[in-house]
Design a protein around this ligand. Structure first.
Ligand code: UDX
Ligand code: UDX
Length: 456
C-alpha cells in the first residue's frame, strides 16, 4: 500500500488529498498540520473551509484511507510520498519584501523531512514556489551524509476555490515536473499512476522541474491579466458609453480569445493572483529582466486602480461626502462560493470607505468570521450583519462586492423601501438587473456600464 503524507491542511492540501483518497482506496493518505484547530475541524463535519461538495468527498474516505493528524513527524516517517502544501505568502521583511515569496515554512518542512526520514521518499511541491526552489530544497534535503534519497517533484495545483471539487475531479490538466534522470523519471511515473486512477492519461502532462514551477506562476499571471485587461476597458466603457459586457461578449466569441475570465469586476482577489504575479516580477528582476518585470507588475497596478476607482465613484456620486453615511457591503469573500477573504477587494473598499468616515455594515453568507478578522483597526467604523436586509436597513448605499447568487434573488423593492433616499446601489460584480433597479428608484452604478441617475 502506497502511503502519502501531506504537510499543510489548508485550501489546497485538504481538498486535494481528500480527492486522492476518495479515488484511490488502496492509497493511504495522512494529512498533517501544525494547526491543532484546523486538524480537529477536519475530523468533524464542520470542515475548516467552505467548499461546495467537499464534505461528501471527505466523508467517503475519512477513517478508511484518509486521516488527519498533528503528528507531522510520524506522518513524514511513514510516507513514501510527501506532498508539501504549506503557505508561501509574500515576504513582508528584508530582501524582496512585498514581492518575493516567503519560503521559511517550506524550508522548515524540508529540514523536518530530512531529520525524521529513515527511508527514500518522493517529495512533491504542491505549494506555489519560485522557479528553481526544488534545487534549493534538494540541497537542504541532501546536506550532510544522509543515506536517504529524496526525489523532488513539482505538481502545482490549479483548482479554484468554490469549484475545487469539480476542478479536482475533472481537471483540464495535471502537471508533474521532475528531473530527467532515471530516479526522476521513476518518481514522475509513480505520481502519474496515482492521478491516472481517475484522470485520462493525455491530460497528465510531464515536464522538467523548472517548466512546471514556472507554469504555475504563469497560469495565474495570464488569468489575472485577463481580468485586469477587461477592467482597463471597463473604465474606457464608462467614459464612452460602450457597455463592457457587450464588449466582453463580442471579443470572447473569437475562439482565439475565448469567453472565460472576461468579467469586469471591482478587481481580482484571492490568495494566489497578486502573490504569484509579484513573485514572477521578482524573478524577472532577479534575472535582470526589467521590462518583463514592469509588464507583469502592471497587472497588479491595474487591479489596485480598479478597487480605488470604485470607491471614488461612490464618493463622487454621493455628493462628495459619505462621512457618517451607512453603507451596506453585500459580500466580503473574494468571490462567490467560498468563505475565503484573503486579498479580497472588499478589504480595500472598506478601508477606503472608512477613511472617508463612512459607517460600514458587512454582510456575507459564508465569510463573516474571516471578515471580522481582516480589519481589526476599523472596528469602530464597521459592523457585521448576516441578514442582507438588516444590513441595508437605513443605509444610504448598498455596494455588492461578491458575486453570490443569492444577491440576484434578493427582494430589492424591500431593500429600497428601507433605505435613505436617494438610494444608491453600486454593483461591483455587474450581476444585477440594472434597468429594473433603476425603475424601482435606485441610483445605479455598475462597472463598465455607466451610471443611471434620476437626479438632475
Ligand atoms: C496553498 C499553497 O500552499 C500556496 O503556496 C499556494 O500559493 C496557495 O495554496 P493554502 O492551502 O491556500 O496555500 O494555504 P493555507 O490554507 O494557509 O494552508 C497552509 C497550511 O499549512 C496551514 O493550515 C498551516 O497551519 C500549515 N502549515 C504551515 C504547517 O502545517 N506547517 C508549517 O510549517 C507551516
Ligand atoms: C486561481 C486560479 O483560477 C487557480 O487555477 C489557481 O490554482 C489559484 O488561483 P482562485 O483564486 O481560487 O483561483 O479564484 P479565481 O476563480 O481564479 O478568481 C480569482 C479572482 O478573479 C476572484 O476575485 C474573481 O472574482 C476574479 N475574477 C475572475 C474576475 O473579476 N473576473 C473574471 O472574469 C474571473
Amino acid at each position: 500500500m502506497t502511503k502519502i503524507c501531506c504537510i499543510g491542511a489548508g485550501y489546497v492540501g485538504g481538498p486535494t488529498m481528500a480527492m486522492i483518497a476518495k479515488q484511490c482506496p488502496d492509497v493511504q493518505v495522512n494529512v498533517v498540520d501544525i494547526n491543532e484547530n484546523r486538524i480537529a475541524a477536519w475530523q468533524t463535519d464542520e470542515l475548516p473551509i467552505y467548499e461546495p461538495g467537499l464534505l461528501e468527498v471527505v466523508q467517503e474516505a475519512r477513517g478508511r484511507n484518509l486521516f488527519f493528524s498533528t503528528d507531522v513527524d510520524q506522518g513524514i516517517r511513514d510516507a513514501d510520498i510527501v506532498f508539501v502544501s504549506v503557505n508561501t505568502p509574500t515576504k513582508t521583511f528584508g530582501e524582496g519584501a512585498g514581492c518575493a515569496s516567503d519560503l521559511q515554512y517550506w524550508e522548515l518542512c524540508a529540514r523536518r523531512i530530512k531529520e525524521v526520514s529513515t527511508s527514500d521518499k518522493i517529495i512533491v511541491e504542491k505549494s506555489t514556489l519560485p522557479v528553481r526552489t526544488a534545487e534549493a530544497m534538494e540541497r537542504v534535503l541532501h546536506a550532510g551524509d544522509n543515506p536517504v534519497h529524496f526525489e523532488v517533484l513539482s505538481n502545482p495545483e490549479f483548482l479554484a476555490e468554490g469549484t475545487a471539487i469539480d476542478d479536482l475531479h475533472n481537471p483540464d490538466r495535471v502537471l508533474i515536473g521532475g528531473h530527467e534522470t532515471e530516479t526522476g523519471r521513476k518518481a514522475i511515473q509513480t505520481l502519474v499512476e496515482i492521478y491516472a486512477t481517475w484522470i485520462p492519461r493525455e491530460r497528465i502532462l510531464t515536464t522538467n522541474l523548472w517548466s512546471s514551477e514556472l507554469s504555475k506562476l504563469t497560469a495565474n499571471a495570464f488569468l489575472a491579466q485577463r481580468v485586469s485587461s477587461i477592467n482597463a476597458i471597463s473604465a474606457l466603457c464608462e467614459a464612452t458609453e460602450a457597455d463592457v459586457a457587450e464588449v466582453a461578449h463580442a471579443i470572447g466569441t473569437d475562439s482565439r480569445i475565448g469567453p472565460k475570465f472576461l468579467k469586469a469586476s471591482i478587481g481580482f482577489g484571492g490568495s494566489c493572483f497578486k502573490k504569484d504575479i509579484l513573485n514572477l516580477v521578482y524573478l524577472c528582476e532577479t534575472y535582470g529582466l526589467k521590462e518583463p518585470a514592469e509588464y507583469w507588475r502592471q497587472v497588479v497596478v491595474m487591479n489596485e486602480y480598479q478597487e480605488k476607482r470604485f470607491v471614488t465613484t461612490m464618493l463622487h456620486s454621493m455628493f462628495n461626502t459619505i462621512a457618517n453615511k451607512r453603507i451596506a457591503v453585500l459580500g466580503f469573500a473574494f468571490k462567490a462560493d467560498t468563505g475565503d477573504t484573503r486579498e479580497s477587494p472588499a478589504i480595500k473598499v472598506c478601508r477606503e470607505l472608512a477613511a472617508e468616515h463612512a459607517t460600514i455594515v458587512v454582510s456575507d453568507p459564508e465569510a463573516m468570521e474571516n471578515a471580522k478578522l481582516e480589519m481589526p483597526e476599523l472596528a469602530d467604523r464597521i459592523g457585521f450583519e448576516e441578514d442582507p436586509y438588516k444590513a441595508a436597513e437605513g443605509a444610504h448605499a448598498v455596494a455588492v462586492l461578491t458575486d453570490w447568487k443569492l444577491y440576484k434573488e434578493l427582494d430589492f423593492r424591500r431593500i429600497y423601501d428601507g433605505m435613505q433616499k436617494p438610494a444608491f446601489l453600486f454593483d461591483g460584480r455587474n450581476m444585477l438587473d440594472h434597468d429594473a433597479l433603476f425603475e424601482m428608484g435606485f441610483e445605479v452604478y455598475s462597472i463598465g456600464k455607466g451610471y443611471k441617475t434620476h437626479l438632475k
